[in-house]
Design a protein around this ligand. Sequence first.
Ligand SMILES: [Zn+2]
Ligand SMILES: [Zn+2]
Length: 123
Amino acid sequence: LEIARQLAQDDTHTDVESLYRGVRERVPTISLDTVYRTVAALAELGLVDRVNATPGPTRYDANLDRHHHFVCTRCGLIHDVYSDRLDAIAPPEETSALGTVESIKVQLRGVCRECKGKEKASG
Ligand SMILES: [Zn+2]
Ligand SMILES: [Zn+2]
């Protein structure tokens, strides 16, 4: 339950190791292995989403509302994006040869404000 709670509070699309560090503050006896297995089980049940937007460890998303992602290619930050326009995208005809599209999740990639700011600061 603590793990699920921590995941739900986290809007940064955390990975298991960071989640573990957060949960451990409240449940000092918990093991990393337990967190791994719990998150995998939650993903299996469809209660969290796996996000493979950046290289490195799999990130998890407890936000199951329909949304899209803005991924910063510098710092790896993943922001949720709500957009009726993106939601309205229809699958292109070419995909019917591959199968049935059930959902579309758009991944917008770019440089976040913070990284842009740093860029300016350093010239
Ligand atoms: Zn960034
Ligand atoms: Zn998300």
